[in-house]
Ligand binder design. Sequence first.
Ligand code: SAM
Length: 290
Amino acid sequence: MSDSFEWSDIWYSEYCLPGVKLSFKVDVLYSEQTPFQKIVFMKNEVFGTVLTLDGYVQVTERDEFMYHEMIAHVPMAVNPGIKRVLIIGGGDGGTARETARYKAVEKIDMVEIDEAVVRACEKYMPQTAAVLSSEPRLNLKFEDGLAFVKSAKDNSYDLIIVDSTDPCGPGGSLFTTDFYRDCYRVLSDDGILVNQQENAFYDVEREEMVKAHRKIKEIFPIAKIYGFNIASYESGYWYFGFASKKYDPIEDHRASEWEKLGLKTEYYNSDIHKASFALPNYVKEILQSD
Ligand code: SAM
């Protein structure tokens, strides 16, 4: 009988909860401890290049389109006239790549705390990061997103996208009421905030998601959550927050205007836009019981 394993296999595992882990068979390409976090790039035969920060999958070559299309095109299809974009985090460049596809966008300021993530992604993940050196409307700043937003002028952006790590590391400050208040102040009267808001299935992330939603809805008159499938993340399904001073993501969805732009997408479309705001009962209950 032949062995069903090889002694040489290296498996990377992300612990979802004690008793559950998500594992990838990998070759390690690069690893670096920065003052902020541990960066590791690996190669997996299904997902291609995988970036982890502090042991959590951030981006994989194979399914990054799901995350980056949903974080960028949902707000842009609600207001395709957005001109001034602020990205907080997003060091892999995928969110910048998708927002840069809009001709109406005049500037994209991207504030990433860890320059080492950008430099390593430029080398190991050019699929997402190439835009960071080629896009003339993009201004890259290496500083803490919380401090940046605190000192930014009122009404200076039409869209803020918080493409952050989880609240346990340097991303923690991006899940605070203080930060959300500054985002509100810095946004224009029809401004939109979209933020990475964890998953609803596993306890720790669920609590963070509920806390973030509670804080945001105390500040913004419109605060919703939308979900999307992503194969390489814990639970396979993830949520973003959508908050706005003016626009409801469904009632104000400008589907035909967005479709006329003719952008080719692999995940996002106008039906997915609507469907992503439909929440399963257990998620509705979690959010309502709060
Ligand atoms: N798609 C990813 C996810 O949710 O797993 C997020 C990807 S992106 C690589 C997250 C980035 O947020 C990281 O590069 C990290 O350095 C950056 N970041 C974390 N905290 C930050 C902060 N306080 N200010 C600015 N950037 C921050």
